[in-house]
Design a protein around this ligand. Structure first.
Ligand code: VGL
Ligand code: ZN
Length: 201
């Protein structure tokens, strides 16, 4: 059993990121049981939930003529345009049906219509906090293990932000799966290593 100072953060294990979903990650459903088992080792488990309003600015459908998986410039920087996904209250935004949800905290992100939020800590402007840092610090949590979807987007951004904030971060790559568009996985691995994130299989 891990000490109280070490939390497990399970990123975006939702139907839309699993096979059959709107933004399916290959093998996204294969990691559910392993994550459930890993939860047994932790006294503190936190789930994140991608949670977009209809017409969110990160959806290609909100930008006439734009195709999904292309990149546009937003006021806060480049933004990949995604298929509509994880719309609040829909089946796609629900957690995978077999995922354990007996967590201490479920933190939602991406609800601001104008800004995407890959990281569990900050929106994509890298400034607007979600409140997760305060939650962890006030509970005395110093160490984080992260798993989930997608390794090259939300897991990556969450892990790098956590490391920059001073948390001791490990990503279990065996319990994560990647979108891997245009070299995004290799870039994410390099970025996490540079930030001091431990990658463990
Ligand atoms: C994610 C793209 C868009 C993720 C969320 O969870 O990695 N990726 N929204
Ligand atoms: Zn999203």
């Amino acid at each position: 059993m891990q000490p109280l100072t070490h939390a497990l953060i399970v990123i975006d294990m939702q139907n839309d990121f699993c096979p059959g979903g709107a933004l399916a990650v290959t093998g996204g459903n294969d990691i559910v049981m392993g994550i459930n088992t890993l939860m047994d080792d932790f006294r503190s488990v936190i789930l994140t939930q991608d949670w977009h309003p209809r017409g969110h600015a990160s959806f290609a459908s909100s930008h006439p003529g734009a195709d999904p998986m292309t990149v546009i410039d937003m006021p806060y920087g480049p933004q990949v345009l995604w298929p509509d996904h994880c719309i609040q209250g829909t089946f796609g935004s629900d957690f995978h049906g077999h995922l354990r949800t007996d967590a201490d905290l479920i933190i939602r992100k991406g609800y601001n219509p104008a800004i995407d939020s890959y990281s569990a800590f900050f929106e994509n402007d890298h400034r607007t906090p979600t409140g997760l840092e305060g939650y962890l610090r006030t509970r005395g949590i110093e160490r984080l293990t992260m798993v989930g979807l997608a390794l090259d987007f939300c897991v990556n951004y969450s892990a790098v932000d956590a490391a920059l904030l001073g948390f001791d971060v490990t990503v279990r790559t065996d319990l994560s799966r990647a979108i891997d568009a245009d070299g995004s996985l290799d870039a994410a691995i390099a970025g996490m290593r540079d930030a001091g994130v431990a990658l463990s299989a």
